[in-house]
Design a protein around this ligand. Structure first.
Ligand code: G3D
Length: 187
């Protein structure tokens, strides 16, 4: 089953769609991952640039994706939070080859987990420790440690996969996990 078909199986033939946010720092590989999920039926709905902040939206038969950079600039935080309410799942992309910025990603993750619209709900979070092909990149276990997910007692189910968005390696496992979580929470 291809990546796209995994999501397609989500709600069968019903018109229901899941809302998934794909977030992470700029350059982590979000667009490349989303491109791997695209099918011929997937169309870009809109790109909404505001000053310094861009939101991309894609729709596939089963999933609405909203993608944006958590650039570490707090002034846009209220704008991101606007999308939290509708989210049923989150894909959090980490550039595992950029060790210094994993710390920035960690603080953005903390902001996200502490937001009332996330904290009060049990939304599944899928982490991609992306760019696993880059020499000396962090393993998913190392990323997990740096993010301190184990000690966060997050209210939400979460899972981390190492990925190479260029080849698609690792994406299937993650998307299968997320789809299972979304099925369980929506049916
Ligand atoms: P973003 O949407 O999070 O900002 P992009 O990130 O998807 O635009 O990716 C940023 C750069 O990283 C791109 O390179 C892209 O090809 C590269 N990239 C994405 N995923 C991987 C990966 O798994 N491995 C490697 N080696 N590179 C990856 P360019 O050169 O176009 O800026």
């Amino acid at each position: 089953m291809g990546l796209f078909d995994v999501f397609k199986s989500l709600f069968g033939s019903s018109k229901k769609k899941a809302h998934v946010l794909c977030v992470g720092l700029d350059n982590s590989g979000k667009s490349t991952i989303i491109n791997q999920l695209k099918s011929p039926e997937t169309k870009m709905e809109d790109v909404v640039p505001t000053v310094g902040f861009t939101v991309e939206k894609f729709t596939s038969p089963s999933v609405h994706f909203t993608v944006f950079d958590m650039s570490g600039q707090g002034r846009y935080r209220d704008l991101w939070a606007h999308y939290y309410k509708d989210a049923q799942g989150i894909i959090f992309v980490i550039d595992s080859s950029d060790k210094l910025r994993v710390v920035v990603a960690k603080s953005e993750l903390e902001e996200l987990l502490n937001h009332p619209d996330i904290k009060a709900r049990s939304i599944p979070i899928l982490f991609f420790a992306n760019k696993m092909d880059v020499r000396d990149s962090l393993s998913s276990v190392q990323c997990c440690k740096l993010l301190e997910m184990e000690s966060k007692n997050a209210n939400c189910p979460w899972h981390i996969c190492a990925s190479n968005a260029l080849t698609g390696e690792g994406l299937h496992e993650g998307i299968e996990w997320l789809t299972d979580q979304l099925k369980n929470s929506n049916r």
